[in-house]
Design a protein around this ligand. Sequence first.
Ligand code: OAD
Ligand code: ZN
Length: 240
Amino acid sequence: MEKLSAEDRLFVLTGAGVSAESGLPTFRGINGLWRGYPVEDVATPEAFAADPAMVWQFYSERRQRHESVRPNPAHVALGDIERALEDRFFLCTQNVDSLHEQAGSQRVVHMHGRLMQSRCSRTLCRTLPFDDRNLYRTRGEIPNCPKCGALVRPHICWFGEVPFQMELILQQLDGATVLLTVGTSGVVEPAASFVRMARLNRARTIYVGPEEPSNSEYFDEVLLGKAGELLPSFVNVPLG
Ligand code: OAD
Ligand code: ZN
């Protein structure tokens, strides 16, 4: 891995793999969360309309599990890199967990939303997402929006929905000279295409994870290994 210079701007994209060593299952591959689980039955607006209690049970279980997990050395390393680079660093995560923040990351955007936030389920209702660690298991427990009365839903980007903060993300990607992608299988768009966009700008592109992602041909360097083992040595790379 070559050194970063004082002119470099680092864009980091993380996926479920960065949280795997914290004990949160990835979506695909061995021990994938969705193996044997019909995810199309829970992660869609249609599923929520048909059975909101079932969808909330799924996310409530994930909220409960999140209470007992901690950041791993990969999250910590990314926090350290940010402290060195300051505003030459940007972190875009596909993860809905809060482990990057718990490890000290500040310039982090959650393109797929946040497990610990909820919002009104009515698309045109202008109320903002709010912090929410509550668990809802029955229809009666699900609160209603104080403004319009619709049911409250998880603040998560479901299948068929548009990811959050794309304008800021694409602007940051456009200004990056180095793209570091960590622990994502490279199949879910639009994140899977970030590496091609970065390449068009002649940015250096690096992948870190135990297996090749499906878009591996677009990376200049593919570093095979666990994020928690490889990223801490990344920090030791002198940062100009
Ligand atoms: P995936 O589950 O598709 O891929 C996880 C990747 O992490 C795999 O390529 C693994 O090889 C890798 N991995 C496993 N252990 C690792 C470790 N210790 N260190 C580094 N990498 C490791 O997860 P994503 O690509 O993040 O969307 O999935 C993208 C989106 O698909 C998710 O954000 C989710 C889902 O639809 C929503 O929830 C909206
Ligand atoms: Zn509302």
